[in-house]
Design a binder for this molecule. Sequence first.
Ligand code: ATP
Ligand code: MG
Length: 254
Amino acid sequence: MNAIEADGLRRTYRQRTGWLSPKLIETEAVRGVSLSVARGELFGLLGPNGAGKTTTIKMLNTLLIPTAGTARVAGFDVVRQTREVRRRIGYVFGGDRGLYDRLSGLDNLRYFAELYGVPPREQRRRIAELLDLVGLAGRERERVEGYSRGMRQRLHIARGLLHEPQVLFLDEPSIGVDPVAARELRRTIADLAATGTTVLLTTHYMAEADELCDRIAVIAGGVIRALGTPAELKGGTGTLEDAYVSIVGEVQPA
Ligand SMILES: Nc1ncnc2c1ncn2[C@@H]1O[C@H](COP(=O)(O)OP(=O)(O)OP(=O)(O)O)[C@@H](O)[C@H]1O
Ligand SMILES: [Mg+2]
């Protein structure tokens, strides 16, 4: 069984704009995305701003209902079995939101462990493991407001892993993270995949995708333009960036 199975996913956003004569604006953010991700695979979703990557992730993690198409995550339907899906997935969005600045890293993790229903007996062990995994052990009693961006991002990842998800969605996890911290982050992500967690990752850093991903889908204009291993995409010559530019370069911006 594949960890992620998407079949013809579509999502149209409808927005009202204007006040005197409101208009309905429709954006076809995702226009028929099909992909399969195997268990334990580290799968990358690359594409320009507005390509539909976050929208695709939000349909897979049950935050958005697809306009059309179906998807199964960890074997469950993302629309009809949201509860089953949610129990088995974690997600981390890049950026600063979603943590409690006034609390320590440890208290943040305790809070979210409670929220995610991690049994009290397991919380202590689980939190200690995760602090180790993301390299925050020793800093956990400091308030998050004093954490650097990279430390916050790693705390986010620990939060996303509290309930031992089978599938982890990482939307630009390394955004704003310095090169050294980003390298540690990549190691963390690779370790996760090596222990059987399926990871779906978006990034704008081609070297990161090249190093980490087993396979990559390049998405532009809501459509998958290319899908394969980094080596297949590169086709024997050039860098992944070269391949990426030639794939998305053919697409007119929306
Ligand atoms: N809540 C929303 N309402 C209306 N339109 C939206 C909404 N969210 C996204 N869009 C539009 O859908 C399209 C895809 O956006 P999405 O956020 O999925 O792109 P992305 O690939 O994640 O881009 P980025 O690399 O900038 O994060 C864009 O045209 C965007 O403007
Ligand atoms: Mg995005």
